[in-house]
Design a protein around this ligand. Structure first.
Ligand SMILES: [Zn+2]
Ligand SMILES: [Zn+2]
Length: 183
């Protein structure tokens, strides 16, 4: 579970801590992933500070070969959670001004699901690779070069490059003619 009942912790004095071993399933990027680790809960004057390291993974698309692969993620979480209800009176409590602050519900449940999801999104690399030396796709026939090879000529497929090589050739001819003229 990534939901912790913190009713005892809310009764504890400010500064007191408790370690919580966590193992649960969270929907990360649309697929359920295991989340494991230890978090430390500390009672603050207004709520509970959660600090810890959690291991999970995310299913990503390789930016070179476009295959799906599981990428391991380590999340360093540090967030303060605020109770919405007074433990003793049951009256609603005012929340801090900041928008989107994390809350503890009226049953004293501190739910880490949303924080884990947000931290996972921040940890995912911009251009993920299935492995460091991924061979990518053949630019001509599109075959996945990690799994097979093809007989495509090794010419660059990008038309901008072939235009560039023509230009270089023409320039060379011109300069040769000019040199002949001066002789
Ligand atoms: Zn790849
Ligand atoms: Zn090819």
């Amino acid at each position: 579970m990534v939901q912790i009942n913190v009713s005892q912790q809310l009764k504890a004095s400010i500064g007191s801590t408790r370690n919580y071993e966590m193992s649960g399933i969270v929907d990360i990027d649309g697929s359920n992933k295991t989340v494991q680790g230890v978090v430390r809960l500390m009672r603050t004057d207004h709520g509970i500070l959660v600090k810890g390291t959690l291991d999970t993974e995310s299913e990503l698309t390789c930016s070179r070969c476009l295959s799906l692969f599981n990428y391991p993620l380590t999340l360093y979480i540090e967030e303060e959670y605020f109770p919405t209800t007074d433990m003793v009176s049951g009256a609603p409590l005012p929340l801090p001004e900041e928008p989107d602050c994390f809350t503890i519900d009226e049953h004293n449940i501190l739910d880490l699901t949303e924080a884990i999801r947000q931290y996972a999104l921040l940890t995912v690399p911009m251009k993920p690779l299935c492995h460091q030396d991924c061979a990518g796709l053949c630019p001509t026939c599109g075959i996945n070069l990690n799994q097979a090879s093809c007989d495509c000529p090794p010419e660059p497929a990008d038309p901008r490059w072939s235009e560039l090589s023509k230009l270089v050739l023409t320039d060379t001819k011109v300069s040769v003619k000019e040199q002949e003229g001066t002789n």
